[in-house]
Design a protein around this ligand. Sequence first.
Ligand code: ASP
Length: 584
Amino acid sequence: MYRTHTCGQLRLRDAGQTVTLAGWVQKVRNLGAMTFIDLRDRYGITQIAVEENSEPAVRETAARIGREFVLQVTGKVVERESKNLKMDTGEIEIVASQIVILNDAQTPPFTIEEHSDGGDDLRMKYRYLDLRRPPLQRAMILRHRMAHAVRTFLDSEGFLEIETPYLIKSTPEGARDFVVPSRMNPNQFYALPQSPQTLKQLLMVAGYDRYFQIVRCFRDEDLRADRQPEFTQIDCEMSFVEQEDVLDVFERMMRHMFREIAGVEIAERLPRMPWSEAMERFGSDKPDLRFGMEIHEISDLVKGSGFSLFDDAEYIGAVAAEGCATYTRKQIDELTEYVKRPQIGAKGLVWIRLDAEGGVKSSVDKFYTPEQLQTVAARCGAKSGDLVLAICGPKYKSLSQLCALRLELGNRLGLRDPKKFAPLWVVDFPMFEWDEETQRFYAMHHPFTSPKPEDVQYLESDPARVRANAYDFVCNGTEVGGGSIRIHDRQLQALIFKILGFTKEKAEEQFGFLMNAFSYGAPPHGGLAFGFDRMCSLFGGADSIRDYIAFPKNNAGRDVMLDAPSAIDRSQLDELFLDLKPVQ
Ligand code: ASP
């Protein structure tokens, strides 16, 4: 037996017992007569004492050990003289009677403590050492508990967990596929699934009624802070359901998660906000409802007064920042610089200050009377002491810039408390999105999403007007999940492929299996998928999903620990009938 207890287990009530612990050396403090060793495992840290009158062999071993050595220590639990009440085991220590070095260790390249001195790259390279640190351990434990809570809830609702293959057919719609060459089928390729979308629909055709899977998905996209080339979804599908049935089950699942994991009670019924309303009020299809500061269109109030920037704009919108009338020139310049960043792309900011005495001052005083500016401020719900900031330009561009401004102000004013949760459903998404570059429509969700029955009449005449039976679960400005009611009719599916620019042959080649299945009795069905990594970071209160993935990739999509991707041998290429092209 390597140990009788873990390093987080012993308390004062265990004093007098002889125990054996095993773990890693976090710290050694040699005080001459006494040596103290902090021994760590994933359960906690226990202090080991080696005393002046300990066996010479014990003292000799203690003198040789360094950080991260793996030890087995036997000794007596005693009450500590100087207690450390910040530690669960801080009232006791073990007076060592035997120390066995199970393994030695090189000095680690960074400190393995709550706060490490190692930079990101170094910690990624030695991820197995970083994972020994308490914050990462807490993240992994949270992830485990979340997966467990999901399974318990969905099982209690009659969902079956069914695995779907990772080697599937390439359907490069949406993101780019990762592909895998087939040795047994020369010059042919599998793709790794971007999601099990079509497979879960086939499970509905197969009559499984309620399916879920905590499943890995793969997308070859450019990476951002909260994206990884492989990530995990809680993927779900149900038969004989309408939108409200799906929202009901998963709202209850989320209520269960918030209660079990975060100890938070969320509203009995979450708001359902149409996409168009989310865009108008928050400039985003994933509004952060933890704070107000909504966007208001002011075009009708400010056009036609000779200020050409506004006069020529399609849209002018503004937000009122509470208590920010005292912002200095410098602070306003900083905000202006912020919205002018290339990723946001605003031309500038117009400001109106409402001072405490009821006076008004603005960057456009030349063009507007104080009364006009007061009307604008009133539209935005501003009061004395507030600062109104306006942006103009093409409508949806300006709205997304106002959204960025609103979120930045929210950050600066401390209104985005990670311990507060404001979940909602965003519903009634447009079915299609027009892409200027390729001059074609794309499915806003995916090509299997059903249009709203009342909008089907516009499918061919005015696709942009068609709304979908699609919905997103949004919390604190993040899209945590999304899904839709699917098309289960062969003809309607064919029409959608046509609008999306597929020829009959192409649709047949890529999705023939699904269309075929639909001719054998497909039930009405719908579902959704939650981004599991994101859900973990939401509950854990962190921005990045990386901390919740045991072995993540870096921003260039590399696993720096494994050094992957990497070149493969000529012989492997030959087996796959592959030749490499030089990189230009
Ligand atoms: N497969 C979809 C996605 O990955 C989710 C769904 O519609 O169920 O976004």
